[in-house]
Design a protein around this ligand. Structure first.
Ligand code: IMP
Ligand code: MG
Length: 184
């Protein structure tokens, strides 16, 4: 496995900018749900660092849960419409204000399938908080209620986003130098 510096084309969003934006998103959530309780759902594993940082800034009463999904034909760098749940929630979401926390919305298949699955469980409300939005890649429409950053169509890693499961711990979002990465 290569050192991240060998495959980093550029830092797209540095740590200070990430943390500032995450705080702003939390402030919006605090405002929108004032006096209410929310259930944050982390879509594993990419949204982990984002959700941890986000929840630290929440003043609204909140509980958390996690779920995981995978696409058939995994290994591809984009999902297909075939998304299935691989880890279910522990919480009954019926009647609750739910916020889905996701690292990135790309084609939109993953989050829209998750929304469909969770809607049947009758939450009181269901919103989407995504750190990154690659809108140019969208194949199905997705309503993103809380958006961190809109980014161009570049493959990124760090701050939860992986390259073949590694580098999720980096504190910034970087663009992958795919030529160098594939040479490994
Ligand atoms: P979608 O279903 O195409 O919207 O893809 C969403 C999932 O694809 C995300 O949760 C990520 O796991 C993965 N993904 C999409 N773009 C990137 C990227 O640039 N870097 C790392 N993972 C990505
Ligand atoms: Mg993901």
């Amino acid at each position: 496995m290569q050192d991240y510096q060998d495959i980093l084309a550029e830092v797209l969003i540095d740590e200070v900018s990430l943390q500032k934006r995450v705080k702003e998103l939390a402030d919006q959530i605090n405002h929108d749900y004032a006096g209410e309780q929310v259930l944050l759902i982390c879509i594993l594993r990419g949204a982990l660092p984002f959700m941890v940082d986000l929840m630290r800034h929440l003043s609204v009463l909140n509980a958390i849960d996690c779920m995981a999904v995978s696409s058939y034909g995994a290994g591809a760098r984009s999902s297909t419409g075939n998304v299935r749940m691989t880890l279910d929630l522990q919480t009954n979401i019926e009647g609750k204000h739910v916020i889905l926390v996701e690292d990135i919305v790309d084609s939109g298949h993953t989050i829209s399938r998750v929304i469909d699955m969770l809607r049947t469980r009758k939450p009181r409300s269901l919103k989407v908080c995504a750190l990154l939005d690659k809108a140019s890649r969208r194949e199905v429409p997705v309503m993103i209620d809380y958006r961190g950053f809109s980014i161009e169509n570049k493959f990124v890693f760090g701050y939860g986003l992986d390259l073949d499961e590694f580098y999720r711990n980096l504190p910034f979002v970087g663009v992958v130098d795919l030529e160098k990465y594939n040479k490994e």
